[in-house]
Ligand binder design. Structure first.
Ligand code: SAM
Length: 291
């Protein structure tokens, strides 16, 4: 470990995702020597700082004030300050504040230093047993059912080779997300649910999506922080290229499954997680545009 004083600049410091031992010597030195630590939640970070007897002043910089706060911090950085940025857990900027400040610092010509360490995405990926050759980090899917389904369908349609998809997911949404995954990639698609990484109740469920759904359904409750990984393969040509318009989708269902327009609309509404009336309006708009 060097005793050299910290150079001026912005330091993006990774902190533990559960186990407080998961922090590097360099991260501790930077946190100790910085002029200030910009935290997502100062009270949360205080626990980590207390554990390592670090008394550096903190300032809050979270999702809601990052843009405004970055102006103030950039002014300090221009005057030669050494500012460390931490989020509540893991690597700042990964589904967490940090990106706005880093971009603003780069634009202002201020040195930006990564201080690598824990991130739930890599911890889950390397222990998942799924391929790490090509993976794609998606982060959180949209919370609303229809938008989530569309996002997953877009991901499926965009795959040209097998890819491990990595999602952050909340416990109260995981069952619905897995149901969507099964609908798109089928019941035998392999998934890994990595829960409570580095913590006392760390758990990996590695199986088919159908089996993982059954395992979760058998539990009284689903808790904890989790990463979902999916062994995603490109779908067959027809499935990977969904009909380009609602009218085409309707026509396909009417023909291939002998459904009436009403029943086909009902099916699509259910699949997309939107109301029939919403879909009906979309159909009218398409017809008006002559699509
Ligand atoms: N910046 C963090 C990182 O580098 O991993 C991620 C922050 S994001 C707001 C929080 C999400 O990360 C959680 O909802 C969960 O999906 C995932 N996560 C964080 N800690 C985790 C853990 N110990 N085990 C499993 N997933 C975790």
């Amino acid at each position: 470990m060097t005793d050299e004083p910290l150079a001026p600049g912005l330091y993006l410091v990774a902190t533990p995702i559960g186990n407080l031992e998961d922090i590097t010597l360099r991260a501790l030195r930077v946190l100790r020597s910085a002029d200030r630590i910009a935290c997502e939640d100062t009270r949360h970070t205080r626990k980590l700082l207390d554990r390592y007897s670090i008394a550096t002043p903190t300032i809050s910089s979270h999702e809601h004030n990052e843009a405004e706060r970055s102006g103030q911090l950039i002014a300090e950085l221009k005057n030669g300050a050494r500012i460390a940025v931490v989020s509540d857990a893991g690597t700042p900027g990964i589904s967490d504040p940090g990106m706005v400040l880093a971009a603003a610092a780069i634009a202002a010509g201020i040195p930006v230093y990564p201080i690598p360490g824990a991130s739930a995405l890599l911890a889950a990926l390397v222990a998942s047993g799924l391929s790490t050759e090509q993976f794609s980090f998606v982060g959180f899917l949209p919370p609303k059912a229809g938008a989530r389904r569309t996002a997953l369908e877009d991901l499926a349609a965009g795959l040209s080779r097998p890819t491990t998809l990595v999602f952050y997911e909340a416990p109260h949404r995981i069952a619905d997300t897995l149901a969507d995954v099964e609908m798109i990639w089928g019941p035998d698609c392999r998934v890994v649910l990595a829960r409570e990484l580095t913590k006392l109740h760390e758990e990996f469920l590695r199986s088919t999506v159908q089996d993982v759904r059954n395992q979760l359904a058998a539990r009284e409750s689903i808790r904890g922080e989790m990463v979902l990984l999916l062994d995603a393969h490109p779908l067959s040509a027809t499935a990977a290229n969904p009909p380009s318009s609602l009218q085409a989708h309707l026509a396909k269902l009417e023909k291939s499954e002998d459904l009436t327009e009403k029943d086909a609309l009902k099916r699509i509404a259910r699949e997309r997680g939107v109301s029939k009336s919403e879909l009906w309006r979309e159909l009218q708009r398409e017809r008006a545009r002559g699509k």
